[in-house]
Ligand binder design. Sequence first.
Ligand code: BDR
Ligand code: CA
Length: 307
Amino acid sequence: MLKKRPIIIDTDPGIDDALAIAIALFSGELDVRLITTVAGNVSIEKVTRNALRLLSFFGKEVPVAMGARKPLIGPLVDASDIHGASGMEGFDFPEPREDLLLQENAVNAMRRVIMASEEPITLVPIGPLTNIALLLSMYPEVSEHIREIVMMGGSVTRGNKGVMSEFNIATDPEAAKIVFDSGIPIVVATLDVGLKALVMPEDTQKLPDLGQVGQMAHCLFRKYRGGSFNTGLKMYDSCAIAYLLAPTLFETVDTFVDVELAGSLTKGCTVVDLKNYMKQPANAKVCVDIDGEAFRRWFLESVGKCI
Ligand code: BDR
Ligand code: CA
């Protein structure tokens, strides 16, 4: 029998987060030991409620721990303009599974799960990196028990929050800097690949026939303004899960990544040093391209494995 890879998903659901979580939970290859929430797309109360509503709908029992309610330094500037007021607008979810919410906060819960694991855990942050930065700052001993961090965030080229900055990094640049400086192996599913990981209208039409999660996706996508329904919806967060399950979809480069903290126009930009101007050793494996057609097939197949 296939040994499942243990992961912790740190998330701010979020419509694309919802699909990423579904695919991870139903893949059969990942052992989701914990879901932690972080303020990002909407407030910490809303993203936590959304995580519990998703688990209720999926019929899955994964503990959830609530994390940071704001970035390390700045205020939270959310993305409710894209994900709707609740963060998962457009589908009638069942009541949240409040019983799955731990009393422990996200940082302590991550530490406990990591240290108790018989094999190193993979962290999968698909929101701002606030919780991960706090974890590494408070409990540095976890580092050697983390296999790698496979994140969605950052950009090689341009941004979607600022001209040069991607939402997850721009929301908490100081946290991102701590994570990139950590020395832990990092895989970055960038905005660049997210922009090519599109669910096209003809794919969306097929979703309702794929089951309950497909029906959920179809409803959420009608409300999701992160990309146009007609020109393709961008499945950013599913790229991190796709890297875990189907890494050959991606072209990657091992390189040095830093985060701009001071630039008045570029704060929150990931500086991806592809030409090694800074003469630094690589600290990340950066996804620079994706086979978009193969991703579409993978996405539909993955949603088809869900309920
Ligand atoms: C990221 O920003 C959020 O709005 C999405 O959920 C994704 O994690 C894309 O830039
Ligand atoms: Ca997200």
